[in-house]
Design a protein. Structure first.
Length: 241
């Protein structure tokens, strides 16, 4: 099953529950962007690759950016649309690999956050989207990527990861390692009328280290500004050379 099919048939139905309270996440992202000198967005354009339900896009809009947000999952985009109340946000329901077709101006900022970059098909696609991003940005435009480094394999029972649970849902991930990628198996148990049911779906994620990503960014024409780990996610900020 490819990534879009996985989100459309499975993960998109409970993704927002999985990641937590919407307003808290928006507030956290406002703090992140502000702390990285991206708080003044008035008159600037930002592009969000794989926006999902919009927690990153909404934060940028609150900071004054005009935001163009890309995603292919209808469930999450419908939720995002329901939350837009006058913010300067344009939603494009499509794969972001051809994002430049939908832009009328050169953006000042591109973000690809929430482990979205590892959802791409292969390293060639990663190289391509980074090069396209660099070409599309304004002079000295910035890019932020966040992702998980899956290059060191977990073994045995450590491959079973409890993600989230409440009285009605239990989500567990099982990781299966291959050369260059991991198969992520999402196991969801849901309680309905007193009975538990199991739903399972799988998709592929690329295995890219932080150093490799920084090398790919440099090759694409970026200078690395910062690299840090926050809640087991690598965040790399770069500027167009």
């Amino acid at each position: 099953m490819n990534v879009k099919e996985h989100y459309d048939s499975h993960l998109g139905n409970f993704y927002s529950w999985m990641i937590g309270d919407y307003e808290t996440l928006v507030s956290d992202n406002i703090s992140f962007f502000t702390s990285h000198n991206m708080g003044g967005g008035k008159g600037k354009t930002a592009v969000d690759f794989g926006c999902g339900n919009g927690v990153h896009s909404m934060a940028l809009a609150h900071l004054g950016y005009s935001v163009v947000s890309f995603d292919f999952n209808k469930q999450l985009l419908d939720e995002f649309r329901s939350r837009i109340h006058g913010e300067n946000i344009t939603i494009v329901e499509t794969d972001f690999m051809d994002f430049e077709k939908y832009l009328s101006v050169k953006p000042d900022l591109i973000i690809c956050m929430g482990d979205t970059i590892t959802h791409l098909n292969n390293r060639s696609d990663v190289e391509l989207i980074l090069q396209k991003g660099c070409n599309a940005l304004n002079e000295k435009g910035e890019l932020i990527i966040s992702f998980r480094d899956l290059t060191v394999p977990l073994t045995g029972t450590d491959r079973f990861l409890p993600v989230k649970s409440d009285d009605l849902r239990i989500l567990t991930c099982f990781l299966e390692y291959f050369d260059g990628h991991v198969m992520v198996h999402d196991l969801l148990h849901e309680k309905d009328s007193g009975r538990w049911t199991q739903k399972v779906s799988s998709y592929k994620k690329l295995r890219i280290s932080g150093d490799e990503m920084k090398g790919l960014l440099t090759d694409a024409g970026f200078d690395i500004v910062s690299s840090e780990v926050i809640n087991w996610m690598i965040y790399v900020t770069a500027v167009k050379s």
